[in-house]
Design a protein. Structure first.
Ligand SMILES: [Zn+2]
Ligand SMILES: [Zn+2]
Length: 173
């Protein structure tokens, strides 16, 4: 599988590196990281001071030419009625997005003794793997340790691992 990463806005080098390495590790993907693109015009909702996630997915699909394409942005994203999303993907599609905006917020409550930078990197890896998992047809998984578990807050993100559980792994084979 080939995954194209499309940075949108100012994405840190460490984020691009972690995302690429996670995709290689979990999906054995080849990864291409494109040059950064500007935030899609019209994606900003001034009443919410947030950006519509769908438009970032559309951009990833326009720019990328991988089997799967993922936009990565520091902008705060929302989708329909959800106050915010860490990421979004359409099941079985070829486009997805993650936002790092809220992945930096708050620590993990001290449940590990990892540094804030390491915790942030782990979250980026898990969210990228999660959204690309949706594009591979995986739905949310009840296993709290599985990367496909639904994680509405960083707390759940921190609890899960970056791996697919056995059942999810079988579902993409
Ligand atoms: Zn999900
Ligand atoms: Zn699973």
């Amino acid at each position: 599988m080939h995954v194209d990463i499309v940075p949108v806005g100012e994405v840190d080098a460490v984020v691009k590196r972690e995302a690429s390495s996670a995709l290689r590790a979990i999906y054995e993907s080849q990864v291409t990281v494109h040059d950064a693109r500007p935030v899609p015009a019209g994606s900003y909702d001034s009443s919410r001071d947030q950006y519509r996630a769908e438009e970032f997915i559309d951009l990833a699909k326009r720019v990328g030419d991988g089997e799967k394409n993922i936009a990565i942005t520091p902008k705060d994203l929302f989708y329909h009625r959800r106050n915010y999303v860490f990421g979004l993907a359409y099941l079985g599609g070829n486009g997805s997005v993650i936002s790092t905006y809220r992945l930096r917020t708050s620590s993990d409550g001290g449940f590990s003794n990892r540094s804030a930078d390491d915790i942030f990197s782990d979250r980026v890896r898990k969210e990228v793997i999660h959204e690309v998992g949706h594009t591979l047809g995986l739905e949310h998984c009840d296993n709290k340790r599985c990367v496909m578990n639904f994680s509405p807050t960083v707390r759940e993100v921190d609890v899960k691992e970056e791996n697919l559980c056995g059942s999810c792994q079988r579902d993409i084979l």
